[in-house]
Design a protein around this ligand. Structure first.
Ligand code: DGL
Length: 267
């Protein structure tokens, strides 16, 4: 292993590309590795034990070949389950996207807040504690959906998606007698459905994209810390668990994001 530093961006799928794009546009002179799990995606309904085991073995395997300066967990599901555990076990700076609950509390006028995230995220202990601590005086409604993750990923691959299906899933909120005035998107895949959500919820409901809030935080950490090396000719690469013909859609998408190299990880 040479001493070239890389910033790792980790997601279960391609939702984290949104974070990659925003961070790398603001800070282009760093080497980025983007990992997506094309064997175990989606993580929405996987057991917490599996997510912990799988994430650790992936990150440890990447660390064997690359010198990581920062790990960006671009997956709310992983962050909410194990961000503190990761920080405890891995001696590298780690930041992770989590649903922007505190911001939602500061923006709500009617005290009714919604969160749309994966099934794991809405049911995990971290979110229950966060809501209890910061949103105790608000009514907080949680919608967990795996189907939206698939729809978002298909949209990114340029496949047809059903708007009616999204309307149907979101009726959890739209059919409420008193609607939330703020809804937090707590899954990185959902950033790619912002226009559909905006159309369905209308202008009276503020949508908070947790990924966007997180990007500012990540950029300020990298910019304000001389420990992270910048490079004149940066090199970006994608890592995944399996290279096969099912990756055709992904290749086209990754090229759009400027990636030219894809590598398979081995444990
Ligand atoms: N993109 C991930 C998140 O932010 C999860 C998608 C999934 O694997 O279910 O939670």
């Amino acid at each position: 292993m040479n001493n070239i530093q890389y910033i790792l961006i980790f997601d279960s799928g391609v939702g984290g590309l949104y974070i990659y794009k925003k961070v790398s546009e603001k800070l282009p002179n760093y080497n980025y590795l983007y990992f997506f799990d094309n064997v175990f995606f989606p993580y929405s309904e996987k057991s917490e034990g599996f997510i912990v085991f799988n994430t650790l073995r992936i990150i440890r395997s990447i660390m064997k070949s690359y010198l990581l300066s920062l790990i960006i967990i671009a997956c709310n599901t992983v962050s909410t389950i194990m961000l503190s555990l990761l920080r405890f076990l891995i001696d590298i700076p780690i930041v992770g996207v989590v649903p922007s609950v505190k911001l939602a509390v500061s923006l709500t006028s009617n005290g009714i807040i919604g969160l749309i995230a994966t099934k794991n995220t809405v049911s995990c202990l971290y979110i229950r504690k966060l809501v209890k601590r910061f949103a105790n005086q608000c009514k907080f409604y949680l919608l967990g959906s795996t189907e939206l993750v698939h729809i978002a990923q298909n949209k990114m691959y340029g496949l047809d998606i059903s708007f009616d299906k999204i309307v149907f899933i979101l009726r959890f909120f739209t059919e409420m007698l008193k609607l939330p005035d703020v809804i937090v998107l707590g899954c990185t895949h959902y950033s790619f459905l912002l226009s559909e959500f905006g159309e369905i919820f209308g202008s009276k409901i503020k949508l908070i994209d947790s990924s966007l809030v997180f990007v500012d935080h990540v950029c300020s950490i990298i910019k304000n810390n001389s420990y992270f090396c910048s490079y004149l000719y940066p090199f970006n690469k994608v890592l995944c668990l399996k290279i096969d013909s099912s990756l055709l859609n992904v290749f086209t998408l990754l090229k759009k994001y400027g990636f030219l190299e894809l590598e398979q990880l081995y444990f």
